[in-house]
Design a protein around this ligand. Structure first.
Ligand SMILES: O=C(O)CCC(=O)C(=O)O
Ligand SMILES: [Fe+2]
Length: 332
């Protein structure tokens, strides 16, 4: 996909980065820029600025068999969790095996939500390697600074044939108005080929500058696929409108998003974990908000570890409060 985008910078120009006063604008900017140059990512930075996303080729993005080792690991983990060995050339089962406890609603594979595989008892070494990939870190650090955190990671999307469009949205923290600086960023490892028909992630180029989420149906004609072969890495600014095209081809679309955030959106103390049902029942809804009960980020563990649970307003007090709150803020 990137081959069709204009080349916007010359790699031969001498860098002005060493003239920067380190820390004046963003701590570590000079070192981050040195990494951007070292890993030949100047063009990707330009694409992040202009379009809000970039696709990095396998040769650059995933050295030394990383993609195959990641794929093997997620297939092993999925088998442990779901009791079936998924075949990248095959299909998702139509229903979950009866005797295996299911943390996820298997029917999600047939809806517009991808399956998100999240419940890891531990972090395998290959995931550490995926996180510490210097190419990924150079771009995420460029967007979020050195102090950024992994916000949610190592979940894996598995999509089969006839998965419909995934709606356009942005991944920002839903402050209104959002920060013009990215407050979060996503890096998606493509563990199988992702063509348009394979249901590639899609973006509305430049939409990160709009500083708002798309209205329902808005931007559909402007979608561009982040298509790429297995081993590519797609990185995007948290404000960029994105979704995924419908998958119409046989075989599985498998990809792993690593989602990052700036640290300042975390509270000094983890007060939200101290809140009891009794406290919520005896206080007005504002109390719940003040005590972190309608936080979007950080809520997944409390509600069971999947998009489906989080978005189910009845599944917990947390979900209920958050849904009510977001309706009143965004008029949804
Ligand atoms: O590629 C997709 O299915 C969309 C993924 C997505 O929206 C995300 O990871 O934030
Ligand atoms: Fe997203």
């Amino acid at each position: 996909m990137t081959a069709t985008l204009p080349r916007v910078t010359s790699q031969d120009e001498p860098s002005v980065a060493p003239e920067f006063r380190p820390g004046l604008v963003m701590p570590g900017l000079r070192e981050i820029w040195q990494d951007v140059e070292r890993y030949d990512l100047v063009r990707s930075v330009a694409e992040l600025e202009a379009f809000g996303f970039t696709v990095i080729s396998p040769e650059k993005a995933a050295p030394a068999g990383l993609t195959d080792r990641l794929l093997d690991e997620v297939l092993d983990r999925a088998e442990d969790q779901w009791g079936v060995r998924l075949d990248p050339e095959g299909e998702l089962p139509h229903s979950a095996p009866a005797d295996v406890p299911q943390p996820h609603d298997w029917s999600m594979a047939r809806t517009n939500r991808p399956i998100l595989y999240t419940d890891f008892p531990d972090i395998p070494r290959v995931f550490e390697e995926a996180l510490l990939n210097p190419v990924l870190l150079a771009l995420v650090s460029y967007l979020l600074g050195y102090q950024c955190l992994l916000s949610s990671g190592f979940g894996t999307f598995f999509k089969g044939i006839d998965t419909p469009d995934f709606p356009l949205h942005f991944d920002g923290s839903r402050m209104s108005p959002p920060s013009a600086l990215a407050d979060c960023a996503n890096a998606l490892y493509l563990l199988t080929d992702h063509s348009v028909d394979d249901g590639a992630t899609c973006f509305v180029p430049g939409s990160h500058r709009l500083l708002r989420e798309p209205a329902p149906g808005e931007g559909l004609d402007e979608r561009v696929a982040a298509a790429g072969p297995k081993g590519s890495l797609v990185v995007w600014h948290g404000n960029t409108w994105h979704g995924a095209f419908a998958k119409t081809t046989p075989g599985l679309r498998i990809s792993m998003p690593l989602f990052f955030c700036r640290p300042q959106l975390r509270t000094f103390f983890g007060l939200e974990h101290l809140v009891t049902k009794e406290m919520l029942d005896r206080n007005p809804p504002r109390f719940a908000t003040l005590m972190g009960q309608d936080l979007l980020w950080g809520s997944y563990q409390k509600t069971g570890g999947s998009y489906a649970d989080v978005e189910d307003a009845d599944s917990s007090r947390l979900g209920l409060v958050r849904m009510e709150r977001s309706k009143s803020i965004y008029g949804a």
